[in-house]
Design a protein around this ligand. Sequence first.
Ligand SMILES: [Cu+2]
Length: 178
Amino acid sequence: MLQHIVWTISLALMMLVAFGWSFVMLRSGIREEEFAPLQKRAYRLRTRLFWGLVALFGLPMLYTLFDLPYDALRPAEGAGAVQEVKATGYMWRWEVSTEELEANRPVVFQVSSGDVNHGFGIYDPDMKIVAQTQAMPGVTNTIRHTFTRPGVYRVMCLEYCGVAHHNMVAELNVKERS
Ligand SMILES: [Cu+2]
């Protein structure tokens, strides 16, 4: 149902954009000096509309950026010593220095690759992504994450790296903090 509404709205907006494009294309031969007063008003309106939209959507967009699974942007929460994990991607497996972690204690992942580019994505027990970074040869990327919920998390490759790409799964066992 919702999908149907969104599709109808998208279609209407696409038609509006197509109409705007064809209008501009048909009128593109006219110089600015020859604009009719109505056209000048339309252009002024467009400028105001542009800045209005920037103001209206700019802030919510910035705000939602914080929900992206890039934990480098957020400091890890939780007290206690940091747990360090070295993770290296290979075609087609992950080498993880430890699979046993504690919840509510910050974890720092040092992520790299032994061959080609891989994507290091951590999924929670509900298969929702919680953190991710690139695994690149010759580069170590750091991500910080604090697991708040115990359970079995999965590391999966997010970058297609060959025929057995789908086999690149490692498990992280996050236990209740002792
Ligand atoms: Cu892959």
